[in-house]
Design a protein around this ligand. Structure first.
Ligand SMILES: Cc1cc2nc3c(=O)[nH]c(=O)nc-3n(C[C@H](O)[C@H](O)[C@H](O)COP(=O)(O)OP(=O)(O)OC[C@H]3O[C@@H](n4cnc5c(N)ncnc54)[C@H](O)[C@@H]3O)c2cc1C
Length: 384
């Protein structure tokens, strides 16, 4: 236990990596510990693509997006790897949803293109909407998630972040307000502060620190469907789509597997992240079956040229809070233990600014944002 790190980060998904990069750019001595190889496909950050957009229905997320977008484009330039595909995003839903999306855009000085149902059907023949209109954001697109993870790892290594892969954090021992010890299966390390970006494992890591967050790990089925006419759904002429029709369905255009389009249900069933591939108990399987039927029904309703039979299925995990919003805060008892959790299926795109927020908390820098809506205190304390 010779070295004293400024910050030890536990968990190298997109948020741990972004935080490590941010702190190393601030000349801090950083150790990043990850239980699996980087990248891996057991958590939340793997897969080919993630939607990136300014058109958030909530203003606090829109605010995070300005700088985050710039940081992703800078990483693309620095890494020499194409990380962003500018296919646009079409939001479809009721007036309340679309008004929120438009005002999120306006708060950033951007204007969405309002489209009636018949205009949508004419502009995108691969889609069919009757009841709902839409707002199209042409600045939006897709981040190539796996490539982003590799680019972040590479950048962190170049900035002298010490990365320990395949090393599991077993215990976090708070010593005092400026010292924490981290014990892994392979050694003991010390730092002035610790950041926990453990994704769906967050409550396992927090348990010995007597904290339980209202964060549920949900198994998400990532499903690709065969297009009858692939030309209609190519990323050059078809956008990502978010449909807010009682439930939330989203799709990304054909980009990853030839002829196949990703269309998913934005929720899942609760699981233990260490048992992700285990057969679900009967009651959870019933929930999963109902969600599946909802997804297939939505595909038949909105995507007339997609065969409603799954062609490829992959798995991923959401970490969901009761209000579907992030937790960015300090441990209530140990202020030099910082938590970034509960990204609720929409955290990837904001990761550069999340890294900045978590990093600034750890080194005592002033906060660039008002963080009330991300604080732990918004939950009833009996939940914690
Ligand atoms: C199917 C799917 C689609 C999504 N779509 C979008 C989208 O379109 N747009 C968007 O913005 N977001 C999207 N998201 C959400 C986004 O991907 C997540 O919010 C983000 O990846 C969460 O990253 P993380 O770093 O918090 O978690 P993770 O990626 O899970 O990383 C946590 C890491 O901590 C490690 N760890 C845990 N415990 C320990 C331990 N004890 N010791 C060492 N290491 C440990 C884990 O192994 C893991 O690598 C999607 C997520 C999924 C699953």
């Amino acid at each position: 236990m010779d070295d004293l790190f400024d910050v030890i980060i536990c968990g190298a998904g997109v948020h741990g990596l972004s935080t490590a990069k941010y702190l190393a750019e601030k000349q801090k001595k950083v150790l990043l510990v990850e239980q699996f190889p980087i990248p891996h496909s057991r958590g939340s950050s793997h897969g080919h693509s993630r939607i990136i957009r300014f058109s958030y229905p909530t203003s606090q997320h829109s605010q995070l997006m300005g700088e985050s977008f710039r940081s992703w484009l800078k990483l693309e330039e620095d890494s020499g790897t194409k990380l962003f595909e500018n296919c646009g995003l079409l939001n479809i839903g009721g007036d309340r949803f679309l008004t929120k999306v438009s005002s999120g855009l306006r708060s950033l000085g951007l204007e969405g293109q309002g489209l009636s149902a018949s205009e949508i059907n004419a502009k995108f023949p691969g889609l069919k909407t009757q009841k709902y209109d839409g707002v199209f954001e042409k600045t939006a697109g897709l981040l190539m998630a796996d490539k982003c993870i590799l680019a972040l790892k590479d950048s962190a290594l170049k900035l002298a972040v010490v990365i320990k892969e395949c090393e599991k954090v077993n215990d976090i021992v708070p010593v005092n307000v400026s010292r924490v010890e981290v014990h892994t299966n392979n050694g003991k390390y010390r730092s002035k502060s610790v950041i926990l970006t453990c994704g769906p494992w967050i409550n396992k890591v927090l348990k010995p620190l007597n904290l339980k967050l209202p964060v549920s790990p949900l198994l998400i089925r990532v499903v690709y469907w065969k297009a009858k006419d692939p030309e209609l759904y190519n990323a050059e002429n078809f956008p990502s789509v978010i449909i807010d029709d009682k439930v939330h369905i989203y799709s990304t255009p054909i980009l990853e597997y030839p002829g196949l389009m990703k269309i998913c249900y934005h929720s899942g069933t609760e699981i233990d992240p260490d048992q992700r591939d285990k057969k679900l108990p009967n009651k959870d399987q019933t929930t999963a079956d109902t969600q599946w039927e909802t997804l297939v029904t939505a595909i038949k309703k909105y995507y007339p040229n997609i065969e409603p039979v799954p062609a490829v299925e992959e798995r991923c995990i959401y970490s969901v809070t009761p209000d579907m919003d992030y937790i960015l805060d300090r441990h209530p008892v140990y202020p030099n233990i910082i938590i970034g959790a509960g990204f609720s299926g929409h955290g990837f795109k904001c990761s550069p600014e999340i890294g900045r927020i978590l990093g600034d908390m750890a080194i005592g820098n002033p906060m660039a944002y008002a963080l009330g809506s991300f604080s732990l205190s918004r939950f009833n304390s009996s939940n914690l």
